[in-house]
Design a protein around this ligand. Structure first.
Ligand code: APR
Length: 244
């Protein structure tokens, strides 16, 4: 398949499923989990901050880390890739689903609505007793650990190492990928579950899978076509527009 054929496939597709990863937010300046561990945080390993054990042992430190990342993502803005995916949803309507592994909330801020956040997000927290999810207050008035309107301590609304993905979000994504005419895999290394599984299911059902990534990934050899570019330009090329 070449770019022309990929564009035609996407244009004609009634059902489109998209999976995004950290690469989509790179142009918004959001550091990846590992890049964000600078200064004071450099001495922590990811699992020291993003695991149920770490939280049990030191909720204050874990919350301090997440509050910092919450401030970072609020300072960032969605980029052209986020907006183009919201635009694609507008074109495809009910036949569209965007599943993201990102926790920065930028897809929602760019207007995506048919969206599942497989790893949770930084902008909300979960009541530790009832499981209800509440938006975090403004960073200026955020006190950590935050307390829910029920009066219970809240934990970050993030899927941690060793935890399962939310069942309903994963089921929605699996269904969309299994029935997609075209799936896009944008800015994700493709090694972490569920990226590979979702794209392979589309292929198994006879759909087309197009990757957008400046680097080759482990998925590349299996897919229908790869756009070897950053997310905003790659999506613009696929959708037939100049990058916004
Ligand atoms: N545009 C598109 N892709 C890019 C860009 C860009 N501007 N810059 C980098 N990339 C690509 C990289 O080549 C890489 O393949 O984005 C990918 C990012 O890979 P990872 O850092 O592994 O991120 P991701 O795939 O989202 O990781 C999945 O793993 O660490 C856990 O829970 C975390 O959600 C994360 C999950």
């Amino acid at each position: 398949m070449n770019l022309e054929a990929a564009r035609a496939a996407l244009r004609d597709a009634r059902r489109v499923a998209v999976l995004t990863g950290a690469g989509v937010s790179a142009e918004s300046g959001i550091p990846t989990f590992r890049d964000a561990q600078t200064g004071h945080w450099a001495r922590f390993r990811p699992e020291d901050l993003a695991s149920p054990d770490a939280y049990r042992q030191d909720p204050d430190t874990v919350w301090e880390w997440y509050a910092g990342r919450y401030r970072d993502v609020l300072r960032a803005e969605p980029n052209g890739a986020h907006y183009l995916l919201a635009q694609l949803e507008g074109l495809k309507g009910n036949g569209f689903l965007l599943a993201t592994q990102n926790v920065d909330g930028l897809h929602a801020r760019a207007g995506s609505q048919r969206l599942v956040e497989l790893h949770g997000n930084l902008l909300s927290a979960r009541d530790e007793i009832t499981g209800e999810v509440f938006a975090l207050p403004d960073p200026d008035v955020l006190e950590t650990p935050p307390v829910s309107p029920n009066g219970h301590r809240m934990r970050p609304n993030i899927v941690w190492f060793g935890e399962f993905l939310p069942e309903d979000a994963l089921a929605t994504a699996s269904e969309a990928f299994a029935s997609a005419d075209v799936a896009l895999v944008v800015g994700t290394s493709g090694v972490v579950y569920p990226a590979a599984g979702l794209a392979l299911e589309t292929l198994r059902q006879g759909g087309v899978v197009i990757e957008i990534n400046p680097e080759e990934t482990e998925l590349t050899p299996l897919l229908s076509f790869s756009v070897r570019d950053v997310a905003s330009r790659g999506l613009a090329a696929l959708l037939g527009q100049a990058a916004s």
